[in-house]
Design a protein around this ligand. Structure first.
Ligand SMILES: *Cc1c(COP(=O)(O)O)cnc(C)c1O
Length: 446
């Protein structure tokens, strides 16, 4: 018997008797899964996780899967990292949560101080939230109120990019490019200026033209620096981005960098903005912030933005916004230890080494396959785009199902196979991922 006790009242299965099927049925009866058609869910062989070790998750039947999507891009160092487990346990003996609305918490201060040394934001101030979308929402509202606070009128729209994904709340959906079946909400989305996506090579130049023309109505420009994750790992060279920052500054428009996916080492630097030469007015972080342990996100404001909100107590310059679990102490304790481990373990060096290895292996084994249209890789964010001859073949789904059956957990974005190994992944694991992908493409596209 493992450390995980069965849910009270449910009989533990007899050792050796598979019970995944029963768990799937119970799951489908009461849990509504995000981005998932529940009528099809039980037949898509979902993995029901019981526990995890390192970079593997283990299902209720004891089968192991290499987690090659980092639990949807959040897990950085691994599952059940002893140091992170200890940080959570130590904090739980102090306090799990205390509100940041009007009061402070010691470990949150320590974490914010440590992160302040590392974010590409000038004199940063952290407004915490629980999810990326909520932190994006905060950034949009802060950018909007900033102009009101400094007495400038008419700055009431945003420039965002084609292919952009910033989360699922109405505000973040509005600056996102749509798709993913979210078109039904179009009547609720507010209008924004839309630059081309990163699949357009001169997207940044076109965006800059739009900034120059529309500066007087723009509250902010919102961009995913370097990699548009959910668009299918669309990327532009790092050198393309710096001029966007210059254009924002010269035209007096705020710059919001959404690093929810790219932050905390995923692209080979701690933040992608560093490679891009961007120092945003507002930086949005989430996903990897706690190493994948707990729900935490943050909106990071520079001095210019932050100081515009200073004024009289209870006065109109105040930012009247705040989430219940903002700055959760347990999450902050894990996030603080996580930051230390990234540097103590030389994690970024591993990301860059494994990235080179992954590129070489994909070029050798996958790139020439006729079923593959393109391979895009930056750090350990990778998209292998398939080229189905017809619509509706669900190649992405079928290739990933084959990989899962071989013990490597993958999840596609349409017909783009996402490879997002953890930042501590080993050379052997990279070899295994590519070997399994090779077989899975053969099987899933048959
Ligand atoms: C995942 C993601 C979000 C939304 O974060 P959630 O925590 O899922 O709300 C926002 N922006 C980007 C770039 C993301 O990848």
């Amino acid at each position: 018997m493992g450390q995980f006790k069965p849910f009270s009242g449910s009989p533990r299965s007899i050792v050796g008797m598979p019970d995944q099927g029963e768990w799937i049925a119970r799951d489908a009866r009461v849990v509504w899964h995000g981005f998932t058609q529940m009528a099809a869910y039980p037949n898509n062989s979902p993995v029901i996780v019981d526990r995890a070790e390192g970079r593997e998750v283990i299902d209720v039947d004891g089968n192991r899967y290499l987690d090659a999507i980092s639990s949807l891009w959040v897990t950085t160092l691994g599952h059940r990292v002893p140091e992170l487990d200890a940080a959570a346990r130590d904090q739980i003996d102090r306090v799990a949560h205390s509100t940041l609305l009007g009061n402070g918490n010691r470990v949150v201060i320590e974490f914010a101080e440590a992160l302040a040394q590392l974010v590409p934001v000038e004199n940063p101030h952290f407004l915490f939230a629980s999810d990326g979308a909520a932190a994006i929402e905060q950034a949009l509202k802060i950018a909007f109120q900033y102009w009101t606070n400094i007495g400038v009128e008419g700055r009431n729209t945003y420039l965002a990019f084609g292919g952009a994904y910033h989360g699922d709340t109405i505000g973040s959906l509005s600056i996102g490019a749509g798709g993913f079946g979210t078109d039904i909400f179009d009547p609720l989305r507010f209008a924004v200026l839309r630059a081309p996506g990163f699949d357009t090579p001169n997207a940044i130049d076109l965006a800059i033209e739009m900034i120059v023309e529309n500066a007087a109505s723009l509250a902010a420009v919102v961009i995913e620096p370097l990699v548009q994750g959910a668009a299918g790992m669309e990327m532009l060279p790092a050198g393309e981005f710096a001029k966007l920052g210059v254009a924002c500054r010269e035209n007096d428009v705020l710059l919001i960098c959404d690093e929810v996916a790219t932050g905390f080492g995923r692209t080979g630097t701690l933040f992608a903005s560093e490679q891009c030469g961007l120092t945003p007015d507002l930086l949005v972080i989430g996903k990897g912030i706690t190493g994948g342990y707990l729900a935490m996100a943050a909106t990071v404001a520079n001095e210019r933005v932050y100081s515009a909100f200073l004024g009289d107590d209870l006065g109109p310059r105040t930012f009247y916004h705040g989430h219940s679990y903002s700055g959760n102490a347990l999450a902050a304790a894990v996030a603080l230890r996580h930051l230390e481990l990234i540097s103590e373990w030389g994690v970024l060096a591993n990301v860059n080494e494994r990235s080179l290895q992954l590129r070489a292996l994909l070029n050798e084994k996958i790139a020439a396959r006729p079923e593959v249209k393109a391979i895009r890789l930056q750090g350990l964010m990778c998209g292998v785009e398939l080229a189905p001859p017809l619509e509706g073949l669900r190649w992405g789904r079928r290739v990933c199902a084959s990989a899962v059956a071989q013990g490597v957990l993958l999840r596609p974005l349409g017909d783009v196979i996402v490879l997002m190994p953890m930042l501590t992944t080993t050379a052997d694991e990279v070899i295994r991922i590519v070997d399994v992908l090779d077989l899975a493409i053969a099987e899933g596209t048959r």
